[in-house]
Design a protein around this ligand. Structure first.
Ligand code: SF4
Length: 494
């Protein structure tokens, strides 16, 4: 049964944080499905486990959701023809809540009294379990284990009359992060949570409007970038054009700073800043904060490359591609056997021995999660003949889990959650280890004074532990765990 098929995540990528989803919506073009498929292809880095497209042809909604990649499932003429319409929304998914089965894939669809409603979500609702409990008690029957489905049920059970009012009523009950693109028979609705944790941008292609997670999805279809959707902004796009609403009390925006460090594609723009340029500036800051005299600067590909270029330019140390990446293993594997699994990082990365043997090197990587891959890469460099291996990380230590739509291990599995820097250095077998400071990171994203600790301009909770929203489900879980620990520590009753 297709619905029961589950995919295992690529085992060679398991020491990276994973962005959960990418969203794309287009209104007002006969080629809506083809453009949507191309946009999703450009957003594939935001989720490789599943993809889906929903369209509206003026009378009916059409939908296809699959486990797998966009290019493998949405390129044939038959598939494009089976999704007719002049408006479409799409989604790429990497699951953090709910298993990877077809019924959890998006866009989600519901038939309300007012008509069909399809919805694609990037982010994570941090009170979804709490809301779900109360909805289930009131009779809602859930089809999936995805946090996004609560939005559909909140709309269905709202006491308001119009779809827009019901949608707003639902959104006002949510905590956490959401960039949502929805399709109705009238048009598209796009909304970004009041803190703007996840990105959403607006573009135009002739008379068609586009909403998508990153500007690289506009580039692929030749659309022009218009602007970012503001944190807390809701836009409605119909035949009559675009209307903008600000339905939430205004708050200090807190977009995810890690999008700039790692998740977003380097050719995207965020808040009108080039992501590639930010990463180069991160390398400049890193070189200023953590200098070391060596022969070469070497990036850990691909995400460490722009920062390594910035480091090399600032320090004057020659840059070389000392690690070569095999691009053909970065796919989802179904049940890899142990022999393949044991090859680990060597399947994906290989030392460029000619340049490394006899040299002292700096490796530049974007982050350390569990540290397992860092250890293997440092050892690979030593085996290739490096005389010294210094590791520089283009972000502060990732010591806290993310609850906003990024797959992070629990805190006790994060290397920086359980070790200080010297312990980490020893664990990964490096000659020295340094991280970018939080102020250095803020300087790189155009905050010359560093982090404003009273009023930070970004979500940086995975570095600082300061979460910008309530974490209702997490708090209840911790409370339960504490109670269980307490009961366990009381020992057996006599
Ligand atoms: Fe981004 Fe980290 Fe905040 Fe998650 S916790 S939204 S990864 S900055």
């Amino acid at each position: 049964m297709a619905d029961q098929l589950s995919l295992s995540t690529n085992p060679f990528d398991d020491d990276k944080l994973h962005e959960e989803c990418g969203v794309f919506g287009i209104f007002g073009t006969p080629d809506a499905t083809a453009h949507c498929a191309l946009g999703l292809h450009a957003l594939q880095h935001r989720g490789q486990e599943a993809a889906g497209i929903s369209t509206f042809d003026g009378e009916s909604f059409h939908s296809k959701r699959v486990l797998g990649h966009v290019a493998d499932n949405f390129t044939s003429k038959d598939v494009i023809d089976s999704l007719p319409g002049t408006s479409a929304i799409g989604h790429t998914r990497y699951s953090t809540t709910g298993e990877t089965v077809l019924r959890n894939c998006q866009p989600l669809f519901a038939e309300f009294a007012s008509g069909g409603f399809a919805c694609a979500h990037n982010g994570n609702i941090t009170n979804a379990a709490h809301l779900k409990n109360s909805l289930v008690q009131r009779g809602s029957i859930f089809q999936s284990t995805s946090d996004s489905e609560v939005i559909i049920h909140l709309i269905a059970t709202s006491r308001f009359r119009t779809l827009l009012d019901r949608y707003l009523d639902a959104l006002r009950q949510l905590e956490g992060a959401y960039s949502l693109v929805s399709l109705t028979k009238e048009g598209l609705i796009g909304v970004r949570d009041p803190l703007g944790v996840r990105p959403l941008v607006l573009g135009k292609l002739d008379n068609a409007f586009i909403l998508c997670s990153e500007t690289c999805a506009l580039d692929i279809i030749g659309a022009t970038y218009v602007r970012d959707i503001d944190p807390g902004e809701l836009v409605v796009i119909t035949q009559d054009g675009l209307t903008s609403h600000k339905p939430f009390p205004e708050e200090q925006p807190r977009p995810c700073i890690f999008e700039r460090v790692y998740f977003a594609r380097p050719d995207s723009y965020m808040d009108k800043m080039s992501v590639y340029e930010i990463r180069k500036r991160i390398g400049v800051e890193l070189a200023r904060e953590n200098p070391v005299k060596v022969d070469l600067v070497i990036p850990v590909p691909d995400s460490g490359t722009p920062s390594a270029i910035g480091y090399a330019q600032e320090s004057g140390i020659p840059f070389e591609l000392g690690i070569i990446r095999n691009h053909y293993v970065g796919r989802t594997f179904i049940e890899p056997n142990d022999q393949i699994r044991n090859l680990g990082v060597k399947l994906k990365l290989n030392a460029n021995r000619w340049h490394i043997a006899g040299k002292s090197i700096i490796l530049v990587d974007d982050s350390i999660v569990r540290g397992t891959t860092s250890l293997k890469i440092v050892n690979m460099m030593r085996e290739a003949g490096a005389t010294e291996v210094h590791l520089r990380i283009a972000s502060p230590p990732t010591a806290h889990s993310c609850f906003y739509g990024v797959d992070t291990p629990e805190r006790n599995k994060l290397l920086a959650g359980r070790m200080d820097i010297e312990e980490m250095r020893a664990y990964i077998n490096a000659d020295s280890l340094s991280f970018l400071s939080i102020d250095g990171l803020y300087r790189a994203v155009n905050q010359p004074g560093g982090r404003d600790n009273k009023c930070p301009a970004y979500c940086d909770a995975c570095f600082t532990g300061e979460y910008p929203t309530f974490l209702t489900d997490q708090s209840s879980q911790e409370k339960n765990n504490n109670q269980m620990d307490k009961i366990a520590s009381m020992g057996p009753r006599t």
